[in-house]
Design a protein around this ligand. Structure first.
Ligand code: FE
Length: 220
């Protein structure tokens, strides 16, 4: 299973091994750009709610749910894999997975994104989808047809790239594939800017914000 490095998601990666055994609350990672840096595609108002309220709530709820349990002080990805598919652990899974998904999502976007991936990733995309355009179309289709809340993903499955979609908090990590990119299609990601026009948000993200360099880094 691929491990994605989020040095700021879990405070355990920043403190000494002696401190790791202490209760280590998860922290809200710093946004990698200013809250208005993705305008006009995503407004500062959307970012302020999405990051400052929704993402923060997932992290805060995760810490509350983990406190005093076997999950206290456990790294984020381990909490996710330990709780995935267990009905009695759904609340902690949902909040841990959403904390991970959002930390990942922010890095999938960048001001002046879009365009073309670097040659290694581009070749892999062409081998798996035929062309970059076909890959973007498949991502857009997954993002727009996900029923209700969820995520569209570009993933590495073995040696092949694939597009998948997941509902609610579900993520590739619990499906044994490695996430390269994601688009958040919960309404909180786009409703203030696009209302019900999810496809407009998705296409604008793919054309103007998507961070292919981050996807290439995740190839490992
Ligand atoms: Fe979200």
């Amino acid at each position: 299973m691929g491990k994605i490095d989020f040095p700021i998601v879990s405070s355990t990666s920043r403190i000494t091994p002696a401190l790791v055994i202490a209760l280590s609350p998860h922290v809200l990672p710093t946004l990698p750009y200013a809250d208005n840096a993705l305008e006009p595609v995503i407004s500062a108002k959307t970012i302020s709610f999405h990051y400052g309220k929704h993402h923060k709530a997932y992290v805060d709820n995760l810490n509350k749910l983990a406190e005093g349990t076997e999950f206290a002080g456990m790294p984020l990805e381990k909490i996710i894999t330990e709780t995935a598919g267990k009905a009695d652990k759904t609340p902690i899974f949902n909040n841990a997975a959403q904390a991970w998904n959002h930390a990942f999502y922010w890095r999938c976007l960048k001001p002046k994104g879009g365009g073309e991936p670097s040659s290694v990733l581009k070749k892999k995309i062409e081998a798996s989808f035929g062309s970059l355009d076909a890959c973007k179309k498949e991502l857009a289709a997954a993002a727009t047809t996900q029923f209700g809340s969820g995520w569209a993903w570009l993933v590495l499955d073995g040696d092949k790239l694939k597009v998948i979609k997941t509902g609610n908090a579900e993520l590739p990590l619990s499906k044994k594939t490695k996430a390269l990119l994601t688009i958040d299609v919960w309404e909180h990601a786009y409703y203030l800017d696009y209302q019900n026009k999810r496809a407009d948000y998705v296409n604008a993200v793919l054309d103007k914000l998507i961070n292919w360099d981050f996807a290439a880094e995740n190839l490992g």
